[in-house]
Design a protein around this ligand. Structure first.
Ligand code: XIL
Length: 370
């Protein structure tokens, strides 16, 4: 990671002379890496949308495959691995000297049906071990950090009921980290989750980190997903999250930042996906189909500014800030939790142009931040 920071550092004085505005990765080079995702599942961007690749290469120095390394894409059948899309993103990262994330080895979502059907516990454990070994060794020396376990916690801080918990037991997280470390002792290893601003859930994450450390199992970083909105979590809650997680001694990363500006039925969190169908096409839940109103655009810029000022304040604890996407055109927020909506959570608009929030981030004056 340091390697990339240093090379950017060298280009900074040149930029200062030319008086050109820096791009995002240059602006934040001395603080943290700036990442984006490249999607593959829905739009085949890596093959079809050159404009996205141009944006990613210009403004970002870290990349996360949004889908292509997930179990259902990389290991769709019991004995079959498919790495072609993941490989394209890997090549792209190498060509552009970017920090590459492996996302993700163990997650209850986007797991193929056959995994849920393995009914022998020993066989399941072996299969998990093989899965981790295959992915980690396949991308050895290319992936810089793996999200080893993703979203293992409920909001109350207890372990989520997943096929991994059921088939392996309470120690499945330890096993996953151990298998990843055994497969590549040099790649960085992370735990990643959302809603860590909720104190109980955060406590659960801290317990995971501490328990791995006590057992001598390596964990290098914790990821705060950061799928937030214009109002929550508060800056104070985000700050507490960063400070508490950093106190465990691992690197803190913001791994999936986006700020939804449309209403979401949060009270229904956790209900089955099909139940959101009844909200589809309802303007109440999709109010800005024909464009983002000016006042909302301003709120978005202000929100991003406040969040980034906080990140800069705590840059000694934060190693990377990754946006979950590039343009509003392709954000997963358009499809989740209600399909077919028009959201505006990112820094580039549907025409691939930089939004006011982007320029707001360039205008932040770090010397004013204490
Ligand atoms: C999302 C992708 O963005 C979508 O394209 C896909 O359909 C579902 O998964 N937490 C994570 C990410 O860790 O992997 C998820 O990505 C978003 C929530």
């Amino acid at each position: 990671m340091k390697r990339i920071l240093i090379s950017l550092f060298i280009t900074l004085p040149l930029l200062a002379c030319s008086q050109e505005k820096p791009n995002l990765k240059e602006k934040y080079a001395e603080y943290f890496l700036i990442g984006a995702t490249i999607n593959q599942q829905d739009y085949q961007i890596i093959d079809k949308d050159e404009k996205i690749l141009k944006i990613v290469a210009e403004d970002f120095n870290s990349v996360t495959p949004e889908n292509s390394m997930k179990w259902m894409h990389s290991h769709p059948e019991y004995s079959k691995y498919t790495f072609s899309n993941a490989q394209k993103i890997t090549d792209f990262a190498k060509d552009n000297d970017m920090y590459l994330l492996g996302h993700t080895l163990v997650w209850h979502n986007q797991v193929p049906e056959y995994v849920l059907e393995i009914n022998d516990k020993a066989k399941f454990n072996l299969h998990l071990k093989n899965h981790i070994f295959q992915l980690v060794t396949r991308f050895k020396g290319k992936v810089d950090m793996w999200d080893v376990v993703n979203e293992a916690l409920n909001d109350d801080g207890a372990l989520r009921e997943t096929v991994f918990l059921e088939m392996i037991g309470d120690d499945y997280i330890e096993k996953a980290f151990q298998y990843a470390n055994d497969s590549d002792p040099n790649v960085e290893l992370a735990y990643n989750d959302y809603n860590l601003w909720k104190p109980k859930k955060r406590k659960g994450a801290i317990q995971i980190i501490n328990s791995l450390k006590e057992k001598g199992i390596r964990i290098d970083a914790v990821g705060i997903q950061a799928h937030w909105d214009l109002h929550f979590p508060s800056i104070k809650e985000i700050e507490e999250t960063i400070v508490d997680l950093a106190a465990t001694g691992v690197d803190v990363m913001i791994t999936e930042l986006d700020i939804t500006v449309i209403p979401n039925p949060y009270e229904l969190a956790g209900i089955a996906r099909e139940e959101f169908k009844k909200f589809e096409g309802n303007k109440k839940w999709d109010p800005y189909q024909s464009g983002i109103p000016n006042n909302i655009q301003k709120k978005l810029s202000k929100r991003y500014k406040e969040i980034f000022e906080l990140f800069v304040k705590h840059h000694d604890k934060i190693s990377r800030v990754t946006f979950w996407g590039t343009t509003d055109k392709y954000t997963w927020r358009n499809e989740n939790p209600i399909r077919g909506r028009t959201d505006y959570p990112l820094l580039f608009n549907r025409l691939y142009n930089k939004k006011p929030a982007y320029f707001e981030l360039l205008d932040i004056d770090p010397s004013n931040i204490k």
